[in-house]
Design a protein around this ligand. Sequence first.
Ligand SMILES: C[S@@+](CC[C@H](N)C(=O)[O-])C[C@H]1O[C@@H](n2cnc3c(N)ncnc32)[C@H](O)[C@@H]1O
Length: 375
Amino acid sequence: MEVQRVLHMNKGEGEASYASNSSLQRAVLTKVKPILEETILDLVGDEAYSETEVLCIVDLGCSSSPNSLSVISHIVDTVTAACQRWHRQLPEFQVVLNDLPGNDFNTIFKSLPSFYDKLKRVNINHGPCFVAGVPGSFHGRLFPRKSMHFIHSSYSLHYLSQIPKGLVSEEGTPLNKGNTYIASRTPPAVSRAYYEQFKQDFYSFLSSCSAEVIARGRAVLTFMGRRTDDPSRDENCVTWKIMSLALNDIAREGLIEEAQIDSFNFPYYAPSAAEVRHIILQEGSFSLTRLEGFEIGWEPNAASDTNRTSSDNLKRATYVSKSVRAVAEPMLSSHFGGSQIMDALFQKYTERIAELYSKEVEPKYYPLVITLIKK
Ligand SMILES: C[S@@+](CC[C@H](N)C(=O)[O-])C[C@H]1O[C@@H](n2cnc3c(N)ncnc32)[C@H](O)[C@@H]1O
């Protein structure tokens, strides 16, 4: 699979789009808001920035939902309010939205007029804000040297630049048969290959950012993580384990071949906090000022209710299935086939999740959030 070509979220604003199915990612942003505010205030209060006339901000992996611009408007409001409080000159804002070239930038650009209107409604005095899009991979250089003050990224850095090497034996046999990601029966060599790829990607990401960020620039990065040392034991694998079960279901119905499942692997890795710390220290350009994880349910906005009926479980499962489909469909359909196969797959996926809920299993994601200062 050529990751850069097939990795994008479902486009547009329709029922299956990422724009309509990204409330989980929105809930993650809400959780991280206090950390974002603290980091922005720290940046604006830093002596090194007291004379800054143009504050340059980037959101890496912005995708096509309203989430990205809502983070940007929060950053602009926070900076403006702080400068007013501290009687400082209000900066102008250069905002860059980045994603891979296959991203649906148009959907996000179409919402720019209402974004600018909202900024004015919240604080008429904020400095001019100029938004631009930069397509390209954050695993390499995107911006001129020392041009960025603040880097933000949410729910994007767990994507790998390529499928790890070493997932097939020397004879060409798939080593992770029947699975689409690390699972309980995954051989350690496969887990190691995934980690090696993440290490290489995260290292390249840090080195590129380090060239682009001004000294004492800040970053707030949130991405999928895990609690356990052994990746095959972690709850974050459940999403893809259920995907493997659903794929095997439709293979039994003759819709796809088993061999297709054996040769498919998600370009995704959920690192542990220790792995992330190790790579940041090894790369060495940034001081790690915060590294923590938090739990978030698969349906963060659902009320906790212990007496759920099977119809409630199906409703909840449908929500989860739609949010996974918005993210994973382009990758899956490029390998397994078009909309009919995807409809059958996500029907099974929904049923499998409803089954899990009926057993009162409530899996949680475990995002990690880190803050960095450029040395
Ligand atoms: C789940 S979306 C998150 C979008 C948004 N940040 C949010 O919180 O809703 C992940 C995004 O990361 C992008 N992405 C993945 N790898 C990337 C890379 N190497 N460079 C730039 N963007 C990437 C994907 O294309 C996708 O749009």
